[in-house]
Design a protein around this ligand. Structure first.
Ligand code: GDG
Length: 488
């Protein structure tokens, strides 16, 4: 536990979404507690400190009295305070779907051609970031540490400074930070960079992202000076001094390792494999998103089936796609393209008793997800760009015997940490991915074991608790020399 956990400072976590979802079930308003690594890692710190989580509750339709009643109940349930930020329909369209997901999301994943730089989106971004700042100001006091998350809220720190905040503020970017040439396309590139410089601590997933950020800062601030080296450095720009670190996010390793041994999971995994006798099963699990490289992956699998006919009947690709952001036209178009490709490839290769691609378009229960991780020998995780990619880490933690292989895009943040155990590929190179699929399938048990051993060690050591702890320590540590880069 870090000093901040032990001292009297409260932690205030701010994210676009609260860790509960308020919604109507059978006509009754109710709340569903959030799960996932971030919530379980932050919850103990928030409980110990009497902390607060601020965010949008997931609905704009509940009346204020109902909402505050539900959040009071959710606060009792979670053990820390939940404070809502209201978003209306226009905010959802122009801030959430607009600036966050039609500007920053594609641009920061190097897909500038997917961007829609509508000027009204920037106004909405500032308006909503100011609203978050207002709620933070109403709920914090000077000794608190405010930890703001992700690309939806990059300007909140600047709004807080303008309102004279006394508390310290950290920001963590869960997605990549793009290279200079790409970042420069953003019409609001300079004000956004200046906003980021208002934090006391800035966190990125990888050294690559931090390097990209510093190159951009150099452009607006030729006087930038950098001191220290390693995981956390100090930069000075004009009269501002701040810390900038790399904190590759992890998972709750033990939870996945234990969960995958549960009886229901083992049974389900066995059933899945019995349905596919004698096959090596490849697995892809992704949110519906064009950054995840799902269509390129299908093309690579087709290429493998064309070039290595011995794979027919011997391998199956299970692709799980979780519905996401379907109100954005690009996402809907992607869904249609994926479904067209699956139909085409299955039409081309299916034979009696063998369908090459099993395509699942829905969210899986936790048990099902773990069963897929457990049942499949090869994870095929090929995003075109990804901040980290937690699925890669979850697969390593949940695969019980050391007989599995991880094929991973070199453009996922996770590749920096997992390069020694995974088979790294360029997802744009369908021939290379096809050859790597073939290589994984014929890989012997000795090499599989050695590689998976390294992967598990990394995922276990740098887990979600390490991540929370190292970010919070970096905010207050007197000596930054004790922060080794966790990816080399
Ligand atoms: C962003 C960044 C970064 C997926 N399908 C199901 C399901 N999932 C869960 C996985 C995993 C999570 O969703 C997906 O996390 P990723 O990291 O892969 O991707 P993003 O959602 O894009 O997350 C990313 C992350 O933030 C954290 O910083 O790694 O780069 O883009 O946890 O398990 N869960 C269940 N059913 C499913 O069908 N229950």
């Amino acid at each position: 536990m870090n000093d901040m956990t032990q001292s009297g400072d409260r932690l205030v976590v701010v994210s676009n979404r609260l860790p509960v979802v308020v919604k109507q079930v059978d006509g009754q308003w109710t709340f569903i507690p959030g799960s996932g690594g971030l919530v379980s890692a932050l919850a103990p710190v928030l409980r110990n400190r009497g902390g607060i989580w601020i965010g949008w509750p997931g609905t704009s339709d509940a009346d204020p009295a109902t909402l505050s009643g539900l959040l009071r109940e959710a606060t009792r349930h979670s053990g820390y305070s939940l404070k809502p930020v209201a978003l209306d329909q226009r905010d959802k369209e122009d801030f959430y779907y607009g600036f966050a997901n039609e500007v920053i999301w594609p641009l920061f994943h190097d897909l500038q051609s997917h961007c829609n730089f509508a000027p009204r989106y920037w106004d909405a971004y500032n308006r909503v970031n100011r609203r978050f700042a207002d709620v933070i100001m109403q709920n914090t006091r000077p000794g608190d540490f405010i930890w703001i998350h992700d690309y939806h809220l990059m300007s909140v720190g600047q709004e807080l400074r303008a309102q004279g905040i006394a508390a310290r503020m950290g920001f963590f970017l869960h997605i990549p930070f793009p290279p200079l040439d790409i970042y420069m396309k953003l019409p609001w590139r300079f004000p956004l960079l200046r906003a980021l410089l208002e934090y006391d601590l800035l966190g990125f997933q990888t050294l690559r992202d931090r390097r990209n950020f510093l190159q951009c800062v150099r452009l607006i601030a030729p006087d930038l000076s950098v001191s220290g080296k390693g995981q956390v450095i100090t930069i000075r720009v004009g009269n501002r001094e701040l810390r900038v670190g790399t904190f590759p996010i992890g998972i709750d390793y033990q939870e996945f390792a234990r969960g995958s041994k549960a009886e229901a999971v083992v049974r389900k995994a066995r059933e899945l494999h019995e349905d596919l006798p004698g096959r090596q099963v490849l697995l892809g699990v992704d949110r519906l998103d064009y950054t995840k490289g799902i269509c390129h992956r299908f093309e690579a699998f087709r290429n493998a089936l064309q070039r290595f006919p011995e794979l027919h009947h011997r391998t199956t690709l299970i692709q799980v796609v979780v519905p996401s952001r379907e109100d954005i036209p690009k996402y809907n178009a992607l869904k249609m393209e994926m479904e067209r490709l699956v139909g085409e490839i299955n039409g081309q290769f299916t034979q009696s008793g063998w369908v090459p691609i099993h395509y699942i378009f829905r969210s899986l229960s936790r048990t099902e997800l773990l069963a897929y991780y457990r049942a499949c020998e090869i994870a095929l995780i090929t995003p075109l760009k990804d901040g980290m990619n937690l699925v890669a880490k979850e697969f390593c933690a949940a695969t019980p015997e050391n007989n599995s292989v991880l094929i991973l895009s070199e453009f996922a943040g996770a590749a920096a940490q997992l390069q020694k155990g995974a088979l790294l590929v360029n997802p744009y190179n369908v021939e290379e991915v096809a050859e790597t699929i073939q290589r994984a399938i014929i890989m012997g048990p000795g090499e599989r074991r050695a590689r998976m051993h390294k992967l598990k060690r990394f995922v276990r050591e740098y887990d979600i608790f390490w991540w929370v702890d190292s970010f919070l320590r970096a905010a207050i540590a007197k000596d930054l020399s004790n922060f080794p880069v966790p990816e080399e």
